[in-house]
Ligand binder design. Structure first.
Ligand code: ADP
Length: 485
């Protein structure tokens, strides 16, 4: 496997428009080999404070720039990502593991998000409200929220950065980004390109290091007025508590336990193809990835057979190798969790139809590879139906009535996404009404588009990313009662 990129270039943070080295370092691993590939700063507290302060100093002038000028920097950033997409995609796969074809798609997607927000920043409209008294105007201004702290996860190291940095900058906020410890290199590379646009110093700052320590520093600082986080529900709750102390605005995109419901009148081939593509994308490490497959009893055996033939065709391998459909998991801990969930399901009577084991022969020996897995006969008592799997395991549950499956689908603290396959229009409308999730896919599983407001209900989160609503998250309203006569 070739390493086409110079990893030393990505060992710096960005503070106040300058490259910064920390006094301590953190190792970054290739999950396909388990080997260390780079070191990034484990930044000391004083430097994190400097990043926040430099965002604070840049805020007034950045937020006052015309939106079209801010859009100029963002559009140039997007173009640079497209011009360097092959190198960025290789870097992303190297540290994250996903197949190169997915990384290429992610870089293109990140550029599309940035371009969309460059334009949407021009439409952060206020409002004029008819007044109660003569000679008075009631005005609502929509202003940038201030300095924002952004914390991104490992599963989409480029897209999640774009989905936060682009609307923040477009809205006129300045920011400090802390990417995931396991995948900081892509974020650093994206920042190198952002800095190369000549964006004013301090508008965007990037810090890496021990998550709990840096997170606590960002959360405690009064200058940070908003925090946007994507990651686990456990850490999201912690950040919300920490945010309370300085009453920061919060957006949280957290975990899920997304069901797909396949009714007897669904198109079985399309449903099976979509479900396998969704389930095994990014080795199952997608927040709105399918976690539970509910299939009607009448079509269960045929549908499981359709899933099985597709799962068997998936090729597992290092993301940089030719033709890999599924790469490694991100870490040993992620692998151990998947092993535990499958072990529990099998012990409780689950029927293992494919996979169900770690891959340890060459070329998999030292990486975190798990065979694409299909388990039928899953029940609601199994951990795999209750916890977010975040791995390449597809559990199939059977159902008989619509009422029963809706109750089961909603029986979770999560509320991120749900998917429904049926051709019956009345049922489609009923399902949209009764499913308690922030996002629903009907006869399709693609949900993430720049223009659409993605986000969760219940313990899957607060706030939306994407769309006009995603820009509004980075703004605050200022209402003015203006008496002129
Ligand atoms: P996942 O399980 O998907 O890795 P995490 O919630 O652990 O999700 O991580 C998501 C992001 O949150 C990463 O950038 C990680 O470094 C960061 N993070 C982890 N722990 C904390 C913490 N205590 N405070 C702030 N950020 C944290």
């Amino acid at each position: 496997m070739k390493t086409p990129i110079e990893l030393d270039r990505y060992s710096c943070n960005w503070i106040g428009g300058e490259r910064v080295q920390g006094t301590a370092a953190m190792e970054v691993e290739n999950p396909a080999t388990g080997r260390t590939i780079a070191r990034v700063p484990d930044l000391e507290d004083e430097a994190v404070d400097r990043a926040i302060e430099s965002a604070g100093q840049a805020f007034d002038s950045w937020s006052r720039l015309p939106a079209g000028v801010r859009a100029g920097y963002l559009n140039e950033w997007a173009q640079r990502l497209l011009d360097h997409s092959e190198e960025l995609a290789s870097l992303l796969t190297l540290e994250q593991g996903k197949p190169l074809v997915e990384s290429r798609g992610e870089i293109a997607g990140a550029a599309a998000i940035i371009r969309w927000y460059a334009e949407e920043g021009k439409r952060a409209y206020g409002e004029i409200i008819p007044a109660s008294n003569e000679g008075q105007q009631l005005l609502v201004y929509r202003e940038a929220a201030g300095v924002v702290g952004l914390i991104t996860p490992m599963n989409f190291p480029a897209a999640t950065v774009a989905r936060k940095v682009a609307p923040a900058l477009a809205a006129g906020c300045t920011l400090v980004l802390k990417p995931a410890e396991t995948t900081p290199l892509t974020a650093i590379a994206l920042f190198d390109h952002l800095m190369a646009t000549g964006i004013p110093a301090g508008a965007a700052n990037l810090v890496t290091g021990e998550a709990a320590r840096i997170g606590a520093r960002l959360m405690a600082h009064p200058a940070i007025r908003k925090i946007s986080f994507t990651g686990s529900t456990r850490i999201g709750k912690l950040l919300m508590e920490q945010a309370a102390r300085t009453v920061k605005k919060v957006s949280l995109e957290l975990g899920g336990n997304s069901p797909v419901i396949v009714f007897p009148d669904a198109d079985p081939e399309k449903a099976a193809a979509d479900i396998v593509a969704n389930k095994f994308e990014n080795c199952g490490q997608v927040c709105n990835g399918i976690n539970r497959i509910y299939v009607h009893e009448d079509i269960r055996d045929a549908f499981v057979a359709a899933l099985l033939s597709r799962v068997r065709r998936l090729r597992t391998g290092p993301g940089l190798s030719e033709g890999a459909d599924v790469g490694p998991l991100i870490s040993g801990a992620a692998l151990a969790k998947v092993e535990r969930l499958v072990g529990d399901a099998v012990a409780k009577g689950g029927e293992l139809l494919a996979g169900g084991r770690r891959l340890q022969a060459e070329p998999y020996a030292d990486g975190y590879f798990y065979a694409p897995t299909l388990i039928a006969g899953v029940t609601g008592e199994m951990d795999i139906a209750r916890e977010e799997i975040f791995g390449p395991v597809a559990p199939v549950l059977a159902f008989r009535t619509e009422e029963e499956v809706v109750a089961a689908a909603n029986d979770t603290d999560y509320g991120l996404a749900a998917y429904v396959y049926t051709q019956n229009f009345a049922r489609i409308h009923r399902m949209i009404r009764v499913l308690k999730t922030g996002n629903i896919g009907v006869n399709g599983t693609s949900l993430a588009y720049p223009q659409a407001p993605f986000g969760g209900v219940k313990e899957s989160g607060i706030g939306r990313e994407g769309g006009r609503q995603g820009l509004e998250e980075y703004t605050v309203l200022k209402y003015v009662a203006l008496t002129t006569e």
